[in-house]
Design a protein around this ligand. Structure first.
Ligand code: BG6
Length: 532
């Protein structure tokens, strides 16, 4: 848990009536408050267009906590104390009066507390409002002390390289880089942060972490959810922009980066940028060989009927927007030359499962007659949080017969407490001025540089090789084809369907579980779910 003492803080959220505020930001701030991580002096100013009574607004936020907070329904006494710090400011983001009013309220709070503390401005707004809000913050001198004042910007950071550059230039003319927190909530996930600890606090894997020992790596973020009510945004975005360019690239960077000089924001960001710079650029030809895009058709997920993507609200009937992407990337660095990184994400898949699978090379010197399964390191980010190492062992008995077994570290078994949500960790980081888990502008631009040739190729040939997959399946078969010759199909974690995961059950026909007494029992036959 964080130990730093946070300075008094005036927290402003633009987009007070938006989903993000209700589902994530306020529940996260409330949990930080309940766990005593917020400073004694803090105030929250929520700004939005709509006219809402203060009491009704607080009720609306309370509903959000009751429904979405990891800790369940809010404790009414604590909520009363917390919500007394929340003010609603009705105002148009495009009008200067709004910022005059905000300034008055922040000043009043700071005068009352007799301290000029941290000011955090969270942009939970549509992209078109970022520039006008940034302008008004500057013209009203609301965010002018670079050691204390911070803005937090949510993705999308532009929609392509040019727009991202433009936005970065715009913001960098108004704020210092250290004042700008580009948030990617994947960086706040407990297991994602744990990958840094796993890789760089343990020397045992580092000598193996390269092309001499690693065969290939799969990074897969499967989502059970559909685009739901977000069709309007999603149809002009698609999975490549929505997930790969940001969340999956974050995972890629953490897995592929060299050890940074120190656990410190700039060193970590430098190491991540280096990974992106070394990704081999895609030619148009390569896009159609190494990147698969697909869209879901009607089907069912978890027994619930799901409409086709083209039938979703605010989606064009002839849309070619992808809801699934699988891609093969190569990193031309000394460490990774020749090791393919396979990335996959999709909506309306059979279940949520974000997993990184690192497959090691076979031993060059084989002394056993049995077929040997490759060693695999499996990092599950969600919904289960676990790290497992699959290796060969001797099956108990009188003869030397090999079976794959595994060593497992699971949060469920090792830690009883409920884990902080990504937004809790990241909001506290902003208040503490800790930028390690945030992206720097150049990282965002490099990520756009990698995906731009793919976007261009798809724009030029909108229907070429667009695949379709039934909702409730793992995507089109073409996504397996790009794995060749490294694998026949994507790696999947097992799931017993009733009690969550079977922690020790990695997807392998011959997998064996070690019992507590050290004996071993053969695992059930493989349940690899074949793609549609
Ligand atoms: C968001 C995307 O950034 O991340 C969504 O816009 C996606 O489309 C979500 O569903 C996934 O986040 P998580 O934390 O549920 O994996």
């Amino acid at each position: 848990m964080k130990q730093k003492k946070v300075a008094p803080a005036a927290i402003t959220i633009f987009g007070a009536k938006g989903d993000l505020t209700k589902r994530k930001l306020i529940p996260a701030l409330y949990n930080l408050y309940v766990d005593n991580h917020l400073p004694a002096d803090f105030a929250i100013f929520c700004v939005d267009f709509l006219a809402v009574e203060a009491a009704a607004y607080r009720d609306y936020l309370l509903e959000g906590i009751d429904e979405f907070s990891r800790t369940g329904k809010a404790d009414r006494a604590k909520w009363a104390a917390f919500s007394a710090r929340i003010s609603y400011i009705q105002g148009d983001f495009m009008k200067t009066d709004t910022f005059g009013e905000l300034k008055d309220q922040i000043k009043k709070f700071e005068d009352k507390e007799k301290v000029r503390g941290v000011r955090m401005f969270y942009f939970a707004v549509a992209p078109r409002f970022i520039e006008p809000i940034a302008d008004s913050l500057c013209s009203h001198k609301l965010c002018n002390r670079d050691t204390l004042d911070r803005i937090v910007v949510e993705k999308p950071f532009g929609t392509d390289l040019d727009s991202a550059r433009k936005l970065n230039r715009y913001l960098s003319k108004r704020f210092k880089e250290k004042q700008i927190y580009h948030i990617d909530h994947y960086l706040g996930k407990e297991m994602v942060q744990n990958i840094m600890a796993f890789r760089f606090a343990n020397h045992v894997f580092e000598p193996l972490w390269n092309n001499k020992f690693i065969d290939h790596i799969e990074i897969s973020v499967a989502e059970e959810v559909s685009v739901g009510k977000r069709g309007g945004y999603y149809d002009s975005s698609g999975a490549l922009r929505d997930m790969i360019q940001n969340h999956l690239f974050q995972l890629l960077c953490i897995i592929a980066m060299d050890c940074p000089k120190a656990y410190e924001a700039e060193a970590i960001r430098d190491a991540k940028v280096k990974v992106l710079k070394h990704i081999r650029p895609f030619t148009t030809d390569q896009v159609f060989k190494s990147v698969v895009r697909a869209q879901y058709t009607a089907g069912s997920v978890g027994g619930q009927a799901r409409p086709a993507y083209r039938e979703e609200d605010q989606v064009a009937k002839n849309s070619t927007t992808e809801t699934f992407v699988a891609a093969k990337l190569l990193i031309d660095s000394d460490r990774w030359k020749g090791v393919p990184f396979f990335m996959r994400t999709g909506k309306n898949m059979p279940r949520q499962s974000s997993v990184i699978m690192i497959q090691f090379k076979d031993s060059p010197h084989k002394i056993f007659k049995d077929d040997i399964e490759p060693n695999r390191l499996i990092i599950s980010i969600q919904p289960e949080l676990e790290i497992g190492l699959v290796f060969e062992g001797k099956e108990p008995g009188l003869h030397m017969k090999l079976v794959p077994v595994e060593m497992d570290f699971t949060y469920k078994n090792d830690y009883a407490q409920s884990l902080p949500e990504a937004y809790e960790a990241l909001l506290l980081d902003v208040l503490e001025g800790e930028a390690t888990q945030f992206m720097r502008a150049d990282q965002i631009e490099w990520a756009w540089k990698v995906v731009t040739p793919i976007l261009d190729a798809w724009k030029k040939y909108p229907k070429k090789q667009l695949q379709f997959y039934e909702s409730g399946t793992w995507g089109p078969t073409a996504a397996n084809a790009i794995l060749k010759p490294y694998a026949k199909e994507w790696f999947h974690l097992q799931h017993d369907g009733t009690t969550g995961t079977t922690p020790a059950a990695f997807d392998d026909a011959r997998s064996t579980h070690l019992n507590g007494d050290g004996s071993a029992t053969p695992a059930p036959a493989a349940k690899t779910t074949a793609p549609a």
